[in-house]
Ligand binder design. Structure first.
Ligand code: NDP
Length: 498
């Protein structure tokens, strides 16, 4: 508890981090200083690595993969390491949450909850390491037996964003490790601390050198070089659709590396008149405000049945006004700071655009001045039409657009009117409507009468331009494997040459 109390103000001086290659800490020559978005003070200093540093990390991951120091172990031994990681994370929960909050601006209580989710990811990953298996074909006749082996794909590059630096990392790393792959990770330059701390944790848990390497630096240099790298077998990228597209081009122009992409979303929340409107309003307020709306699965398009639209918007606005926006280190804060200055500007620009496009501002719509840091009030626009930029673009902020429908058909059509397909939710007490909408809306994650619920057992990923592949659970582990068909002749061969 003492330790926790010490953590509730920003550090007196920024914490220095090296980068991690082949089981060893390296020091940088040039540094990036991160200022806490909630307080505006310097909190961490990380290395700006070079492409040579990246090449050394990829070479270390390649050696570790080829000599089978990790993939050659029984699944049970890999599982033991992952379970030890979960145990160590439990003991370092407050420390990890503190650095996550300082760099990202999210509320400390939320950050702790996220670390708990990360611990569960390692536990599920441990189970997956033991359960990963192939298939067999006993149906090829007496002379032939078929086996399907799952083999690790090789060296994985992992590029993660700044909105959930540790959570997105941990929804991938245990599953990559469960498969037997080795990896090089590049966190977003603005939120590298917890990815680096994980290197310490993994080493302490007994992960062999070279299996997990971290290179820090900007996306434009290190990220781009990773997507072009000829010796990375698979790249898992989470971030904007624009950069996801550039990864596709880079993969095609280099070695056709496999890609896992989790990209943007413009996720619908469909509210029927027969739903529990109090529950739905709470879900909608949470869905757009959680993590300041900087969340790929934020429910940013409210599609509400016309007969209750006014009543529902009033209920929702009243709840949104009561959300506690404040200092991320305050235990009672529900919504913290906007993570980057660029993102803050983007969100405020979209709010201005919504006003000039003619949408009706119901609540919010302004920056909040807390004396330091950057904050935006949860915002609701009503009377939004589908052509407006605020209805089409991923804003990645606490800005909700309300549109209306009269029939199930219209609700589905409006929900699908987007290039994205990451997540969706439906609120109704009518099972027929719930299942019809669930089946027909094109989205990789779906919630019925709930919002952003789930665990690492369930796969994550998107339809359409929200990405390729799935992360987490058994589906996630399988993404990091290749399938090999093995044919075994039984008995004497029937000769081709008689
Ligand atoms: P980016 O897509 O630029 O950043 C995501 C990650 O990709 C970061 O690690 C970044 O590194 C890295 N990156 C940047 N450029 C390249 C590149 N050319 N090649 C490979 N990796 C690269 O997102 P932004 O930070 O610019 O945010 C812009 C928008 O993207 C947001 O407004 C939001 O709409 C969307 N977004 C979606 C996320 C999601 O979870 N789906 C997460 C983050 C953003 P670095 O930060 O060090 O430059």
């Amino acid at each position: 508890m003492d330790q926790l109390n010490n953590f509730l103000s920003p550090p007196a001086a920024p914490r220095d981090f090296g980068f991690f290659v082949d089981g060893k800490w390296q020091s940088g020559h040039d540094f990036f200083v991160r200022h806490s978005p909630g307080h505006g003070v310097a909190v961490t200093r990380t290395a700006k690595c070079s492409v040579d540093d990246l090449n050394a990390a990829v070479a270390a991951a390649r050696r570790a993969f080829e000599d089978r120091r990790w993939s050659g172990l029984p699944g049970g031994s890999r599982a033991s390491v992952l379970l030890r990681v979960a145990e160590i994370l439990r003991t370092r929960r407050d420390e990890l949450a503190y650095w996550e909050t300082l760099e990202n601006g999210k509320p400390i209580a939320q950050a702790r909850g996220e670390i708990d989710h990360c611990i569960a990811c390692f536990e599920v990953g441990a189970g997956a390491a033991r359960l990963l298996h192939g298939d067999s074909f006993n149906s090829l006749g007496d002379g032939l037996f078929g086996m399907v082996l799952r083999e690790p794909i090789g060296v994985v590059g992992l590029i993660t964003p700044w909105n959930f630096p540790f959570l997105i990392l941990c929804e991938r790393v245990p599953f990559i490790l469960a498969s037997g792959c080795t990896m090089v990770v590049k966190p977003s330059e603005v939120t590298s601390a917890t990815t680096l701390i994980l290197a310490e944790v993994l080493a302490e848990a007994g992960l062999p050198d070279g299996v997990y390497n971290v290179i820090t630096g900007s996306g434009r240099t290190i990220g781009q070089a990773m997507s072009e790298h000829p010796d990375i077998d698979m790249l898992s990228f989470t971030g904007s659709t624009a950069v996801g597209r550039s990864c596709v081009h880079a993969a095609a122009d280099s070695n056709f590396k496999k890609l896992g992409l989790e990209l943007g979303g413009k996720n619908p929340i469909i509210v029927f008149a027969d739903s529990d409107l109090e529950d739905a309003a709470d879900g909608a307020a949470f869905g757009i405000s959680f993590n300041t709306g900087q969340c790929c699965v934020s429910s940013s398009r409210l599609i509400v049945e016309r007969s209750v639209a006014r009543e529902f918007e009033a209920l929702l606005a009243e709840k949104m006004k009561r959300i506690r926006v404040g200092d991320p280190l305050d235990e009672t804060t529900q919504v913290g700071a906007i993570t980057t200055e660029a993102q803050n500007t983007t969100i405020l620009d979209y709010i201005a655009k919504g006003k000039t496009e003619g949408a009706e501002l119901v609540t919010g719509g302004t920056a909040i001045d807390l004396g330091r840091g950057q904050y935006i009030a949860p915002t609701l626009f009503s009377g939004v039409s589908r052509e407006m930029a605020i209805a089409r673009d991923e804003i990645f902020g606490p800005v909700l657009c309300s549109m209306t429908f009269d029939t199930v058909e219209q609700a589905v059509e409006l929900a699908n009117d987007t290039v994205y397909g990451l997540a969706a939710s439906v609120w109704t007490k009518n099972i027929d409507k719930a299942l019809t909408v669930t089946r027909r809306v094109r989205a990789g994650r779906f919630w019925v009468n709930t919002m952003m619920a789930g665990g690492p057992e369930m796969p994550l990923g998107g339809f359409k331009q929200s990405g390729w592949g799935r992360e987490a659970g058994m589906y996630g582990v399988e993404e990091y494997t290749q399938v090999k068909s093995v044919h075994v002749e039984i008995g004497k061969r029937t000769h081709w040459i008689s």
